[in-house]
Design a binder for this molecule. Structure first.
Ligand SMILES: Nc1nc(=O)c2c([nH]1)NC[C@@H]1CN(c3ccc(C(=O)N[C@@H](CCC(=O)O)C(=O)O)cc3)C=[N+]21
Length: 306
């Protein structure tokens, strides 16, 4: 019997993100030393969702570690839309704040689209505002969504030039799937966007040199959906019951991606793990966007971070 091919290389997003954060920190230090500008990020969280609280705390700590100002605004679940819009207006006007992020999801009584629309596009470090989506679509400089940007950095590090490769993006959200497709197109990939209504999704995925999974369904992408040697970017972060039944009974959970990792690892050429893949890149790119927004506000050309 022929030997099984070597398992896929694991793309280490955690250490790549650490290096990116170091580059952001030294660029931010030079911006402060040479121009007296310290980049400032305001994060707004509404309600008590425990997972969101953890993300927000991590963002705050990493922002400070990068030598930037971090303000966290924790608002009660019962905060009205007008109160939230009032805070955003104050942050938009605050010259010491260069990035404004409103943690999603918001409580059901708040219109998320109206909130995103209220953020000054030049402070929209999530890249979620329609103005930034439009800039990305037509190739104008703007602020690019963090998870897709982080995924592109990992892909270019793994593969070099992406020109001519067939990229399949599974998922069509405004925050990951669509901007990811735009960025891959800008890298000269041939791009397919697949989604829940795609016919024979497995066959579409099998065409991919680059497969980006951004569906939010635990381990949906199976090993036999993957072209041998393909590069897999797993954007999913799904909490599922612990695989140990005793721990699961106690309510313990583990985090898995949208890709069945063990199966995929046996077929792919390279793959991002979950955790330790795309997730840490999201926060590093948020800090990079905050630095870029601060440079532009000061009329200073940002240093290259890649
Ligand atoms: N306005 C807004 N912007 C966001 O960027 C945003 C948001 N709302 N709402 C929630 C999601 C989620 N998100 C993550 C960022 C980093 C990790 C991360 O670093 N994860 C680690 C740890 C994962 C774990 O163990 O839980 C990893 O993947 O290795 C995860 C999730 C940003 N989000």
């Amino acid at each position: 019997m022929a030997d099984a091919p070597a398992p896929a290389r694991r793309i280490d997003g955690k250490s790549f993100a650490e290096r990116l954060r170091e580059r952001v920190a030294s660029a931010a230090a030079r911006l402060e030393a040479d121009h007296g500008v310290k980049p400032g990020l305001a994060v707004v969280i509404v309600g008590e969702d425990p997972a969101s609280q953890i993300y927000v705390r991590n963002k705050g700590e990493q922002t400070v570690a990068a030598g930037m100002r971090s303000d966290t605004h924790r608002l009660a679940e019962t905060t009205t839309q007008d109160e939230l819009l009032g805070l955003i207006a104050r942050l938009n006007a605050d010259r010491g704040i260069h990035g404004v992020l409103v943690q999603m999801p918001l409580p059901a009584h708040i219109d998320s689209a109206a909130v995103l629309d209220a953020i000054d596009p030049d402070k929209d470090v999530d890249g979620f505002h329609v103005v930034n989506a439009g800039r990305l679509a037509v190739g104008l400089p703007g602020l690019v969504p963090c998870t897709p940007q982080g995924s592109i950095l990992l892909l270019k590090d793994a593969l070099g030039d992406l020109s001519g490769l067939h990229a399949v993006v599974v998922g069509r959200s405004n925050i990951v799937g669509k901007p990811m497709a735009q960025l891959l197109l800008a890298e000269n990939c041939t791009v397919t966007i697949a989604h829940s209504r795609t016919r024979d999704l497995a066959a579409v995925c099998r065409q991919a040199d680059i497969l980006v999974a951004a569906v939010g369904r635990p381990e949906m992408i199976r090993g036999d959906w993957i072209k041998p040697g393909a590069t897999i970017i797993d954007v999913g972060i799904n909490r599922v019951p612990s695989s140990d039944p005793a721990k699961a009974a106690e309510g313990r959970t583990r985090v898995v991606g949208d890709v069945a990792f063990k199966e995929a690892e046996a077929v792919a050429g390279a793959i991002t793990p979950v955790p330790g893949g795309v997730g840490p890149m999201t926060i590093a790119c948020l800090l990079a966007n905050t630095y870029v927004a601060a440079c532009r506000a000061a009329g200073v050309e940002p240093e290259r971070l890649d």
